[in-house]
Design a protein around this ligand. Structure first.
Ligand code: ANZ
Ligand code: ZN
Length: 844
């Protein structure tokens, strides 16, 4: 027996190719929409076709794959698809830099990355593969745009936008990070443009409230979304302007702190506010101030930290609670036109921005909220935003903050100068992009008819292929013919919309198209509903706000117009950690690739020069730091199973995983060890091994639960333990069974070796089709339990006894214990209390 075992080795290169072909020809992973098994859709965020697969992808797709394969074995019909988020700027940049057409660049990248992914042996239904840059995808997106337009969920209006001067396009608020474009990193400017919008704000309330139903989402993602939507309650009220002249006679402000109204020391409006415009028309200094503000960043986050600047308009407003008081009116750079009413009252004592502003312009800082004892403590550099009682506030004095808020709102409502309201931070989603490589917005502009939807029969509106990238700007604008089209309504010459859709629209419904992809419409309602919501969605935390919020909105918007009966698209969400690697610096401070160095214990040298290398921090793999490990090279060397196993084994999946040579080699060794263990299943020895059988069933139970919770590293640890036990056990039928069952348990994680060994053991069907092992509950409970033995209520001894003994047996065993026998000393106990499986108390 042993000679065969030692002689055969697992050849991963051959096995990977062989089994991948077998799964494909068998159509194993085709998702059957007609199946009446329970349906499970497992989805990983689809990749952008940048050119190469990186280790982050490998980790992400391996996790989803394990779940998809396990669910299949557990008797589910599984949909595990793959596609390409294929529109976007990098393709246009490649076109500008290298003269290659965005379509050619993208499709070549897709081909390369598909081949790389296939090497991992993923259980994917490739028949449903889609790329968002193809008309058979984006044409359906255009149809959905028209549906939403008809449903009143699309608007076209002039708006201030975030303009990225490098990418030459508009960005949504979500795409501006610390005042810079999320992709280009350029400082964003403000511009006023006519734009298309999705009315995401119509769902603000629901999108916030239903976060509570997403109990299989990470808490932190729900919190990020909640903050982004930013629901706040407050008071909207009117300020009357004294002697307004040509300026408006009144304006409204919004506050979340109506309680602090007696602490107001100024009012301020946004540079875009009508009052600011009126003042600017009369005062050149105001106009100059406004221009100056426009050239600095616009993003809220930036204004938060930027210096607070104001222009004193010379006007004043009447205090609504005290007609004898006046407040000066400023135009201020930190007041946003898009939030609330675009105007505020400033209460420097209790708001940091207002305090910074007040110090700069020497305005009073009256305190109106204090904790006991602090009433006369002046405000220094820090505004007080905590709880307390109202002071210096007339009828509010002595009230707590919340009570005072309610009292001011009531006073405003009864006086007719204001009312309590709710506002959201969330803005409508601007979806127009002045770019070529995106979904054309299916609209025609006619001089007579205005904006006319392209008739559905004329979809898709296909991007022209012959475009030039020699100049900045949108190539669709300068295309000689594409724009020219007859108006579908009146037949007169008209022009196509040349803006394309934000690529985040493409990723807002791809999961629906995966679930159902008829040729003649975006999806079939019943079929899509049979797979959705996605049971488990897996991807990076960087999409916590943008993509996930847009997808939630889009699904809900479709639901609201009766297209689909699903509101929340992702039932389970998992955000995986990054793959990291040590960084290396050569003698001249240049970054070195891992393959360029050789480690010697804790130090390292550069192979080419022999010079010593500085080992730097372990960081996310990135091209700029050269700490990247190429999946192809690793696959060549170790095979798919070793890579998959390593990706799952070293860290909890939500944490970062540090790539190391030792790690991948350890995984490789385990794969080979598994091969030898699997061969033990051919052992013909008879007999039982109760302890091994018990461990096997505990492992089945444990791994089943670990996979349910995506705790892959725990599943791996259990597999190791069982492998150890099998190797230690003597030959028996139980050992053979444990070895063979272990194969099924690890098959989702290391599918190639599992198939190879399964076949070698004489199985004629695929292990991928084998049923998932089921633990025998009787074998999960421990056979023995620990009893506490008391004499007169005092703990004297503990003892391990068989579970489920009857009272008499238990009593006999306990009385026979030497320590207890000595204490009882031949006396007849008054009473013996037995609590089965737990305790015996002997009363003397
Ligand atoms: C007076 C006040 C006193 C305020 C105080 C705060 C503290 P959140 O909670 O984020 O919704 N605000 C209102 N509209 C604004 C705008 N367009 N641009 C900039 N700031 C604006 O913030 C609401 C608070 O932000 C409002 O409450 C207002 O300042 C300011 F002790 O009003 B508060
Ligand atoms: Zn017309």
């Amino acid at each position: 027996m042993t000679d065969t075992v030692e002689a055969s080795r697992f050849d991963s290169a051959a096995a990977d190719v062989k089994w991948q072909a077998r799964w494909e020809t068998g159509g194993l992973f085709r998702a059957d929409s007609a199946s009446n098994k329970p349906k499970t859709m497992v989805l990983e965020m689809f990749p952008y076709p940048s050119g190469r697969i990186h280790m982050g992808h490998v980790r992400n797709y391996t996790m989803g794959d394990v779940l998809a394969r396990a669910r299949r074995m557990q008797g589910h019909a599984v949909l595990h698809p793959m596609g390409w988020d294929a529109f976007g700027m990098p393709a246009e940049n490649a076109a500008m830099e290298r003269g290659v057409h965005p379509g050619d660049w993208t499709r070549a990248n897709i081909a390369a990355m598909r081949a790389q992914l296939k090497r991992l042996g993923l259980a994917i239904d490739w028949s449903r593969e889609l790329a968002t840059c193809e008309p058979d995808y984006y044409g359906h997106e255009q149809a959905l745009f028209l549906d939403l337009l008809e449903g009143g969920l699309v608007d076209r209006r002039e708006a201030y936008v975030n303009w990225d001067p490098v990418d030459n396009t508009v960005l949504a608020n979500e795409q501006v990070i610390d005042g810079r474009g999320w992709r280009s990193g350029a400082l964003v400017e403000r511009r006023k443009l006519t734009q298309w919008f999705f009315r995401i704000t119509a769902f603000a309330e629901e999108l916030a409230a239903d976060l509570a139903t997403l109990d299989q989402w990470p808490e932190k993602v729900r919190l990020m979304q909640e903050n982004w939507i930013g629901k706040s309650k407050g008071l909207r009220f009117r300020f009357d302007v004294e002697d307004p002249g040509s300026a408006p006679a009144s304006f409204e402000v919004f506050t979340t702190r109506p309680d602090t109204l007696y602490g107001a020391s100024f009012a301020a409006v946004s540079v875009d506010h009508p009052l600011a415009q009126a003042i600017a028309a009369a005062q050149p200094a105001a106009a100059a101030f406004i221009d100056q503000c426009r050239t600095t960043g616009t993003a809220a986050a930036e204004l938060e930290t930027a210096e607070k600047l104001g222009f004193d308009t010379g006007l004043s407003v009447v205090h609504p609670l005290d007609a004898t008081r006046r407040l000066p009116v400023f135009i201020a750079n930190f007041v946003l036109m898009e939030y609330g009413t675009g105007a505020i009252f400033g209460c420097p004592a209790h708001d940091q921005r207002d305090l910074d502003f007040a110090r700069k312009y020497a305005l009073p800082v009256p305190r109106v909220v204090a904790l006991p004892g602090d009433e006369s403590v002046p405000i220094a550099d820090e505004a007080y935003t905590g709880p307390g009682k109202l002071i210096n506030s007339e009828f509010l004095n002595g009230m707590e903050v919340e009570a005072a808020k309610a009292a001011v709102i009531a006073r405003a409502e009864s006086g007719g100068w204001g009312e309590g309201t709710t506002v959201f931070r969330l803005r409508d989603w601007g979806i127009s992009r002045q770019r070529y490589w995106g979904t054309p917005i299916p609209i025609i502009h006619c001089e007579d008819c205005g904006t006319v939807p392209v008739p559905k029969a004329d979809l898709p509106v296909v991007l022209p292929e012959d475009v030039t990238f020699d100049r900045p700007g949108n190539p669709l604008d300068r295309h000689p013919t594409w724009r020219n089209v007859d108006c579908p309504k009146c037949g007169k010459p008209a022009r196509r919309e040349t803006d394309t859709l934000d690529t985040f629209v493409d990723s807002s419904w791809y999961f629906i198209r995966f679930a159902s992809q008829p040729a003649d419409k975006p999806f079939d309602k019943a079929e899509a509903e049979s797979w959705l919501p996605v049971a488990q969605y897996i991807g990076g935390i960087e999409h916590a706000i943008l993509h996930l919020l847009y997808s939630r909105f889009f699904t809900r918007a479709l639901a609201s117009i009766g297209k689909i009966d699903v509101k929340e698209p992702f039932r389970g969400l998992f955000t995986q950690g990054m793959v990291t690697h040590e960084t290396y610096k050569g003698s001249e401070g240049q970054w070195l690739e891992p393959t360029a160095i050789e480690k010697r214990g804790d130090t390292a040298i550069e192979v080419a020069t022999g010079l010593s290398v500085e080992i730097g921090r372990t960081e996310k793999m990135s091209k700029s730091k050269k700490n990247v490990v190429d999946p192809d090279a690793i696959l060549d060397r170790y095979g798919a199973d070793a890579v998959r196993w390593f990706m799952l084994s070293d860290s909890p999946p939500e944490r970062d995983l540090a790539w190391s040579l030792a790690g991948i080699e350890g995984a490789h060794r385990f794969v080979n060890r598994l091969w030898r263990i699997a061969l033990l299943a051919r052992d013909s020895a008879q007999g039982a091994d109760e302890s091994l059988t018990r461990q096997l069933h505990k492992t089945i139970d444990g791994i089943t639960q670990d996979l349910d919770k995506l705790q892959f590293n725990k599943a791996v640890a259990r597999a190791y333990e069982l492998a150890n036990a099998i190797e230690k056990a003597a030959p028996s039928a139980a050992r053979a069974d444990a070895a063979k069952t272990l194969l099924r348990l690890v098959a989702p994680m290391v599918p190639h070796i599992a198939e190879e060994a399964w076949a070698l053991l004489g199985e004629t069907t695929l292990i991928a089709d084998a049923p998932w092992p089921v633990a025998d509950p009787a074998l999960l409970v421990d056979a023995e339990v620990t009893y506490a033995v008391q004499v007169n209520g005092k703990l004297r001894e503990t003892v391990l006894l068989a579970k489920g003994l009857d009272r008499a047996e238990t009593e006999t065993m306990v009385m026979a214990l030497p320590k207890i026998a000595a204490l009882v000393d031949g006396a007849t106990p008054k009473k013996v209390i037995v609590v089965p499986d737990r305790l015996v108390n002997i009363v003397l």
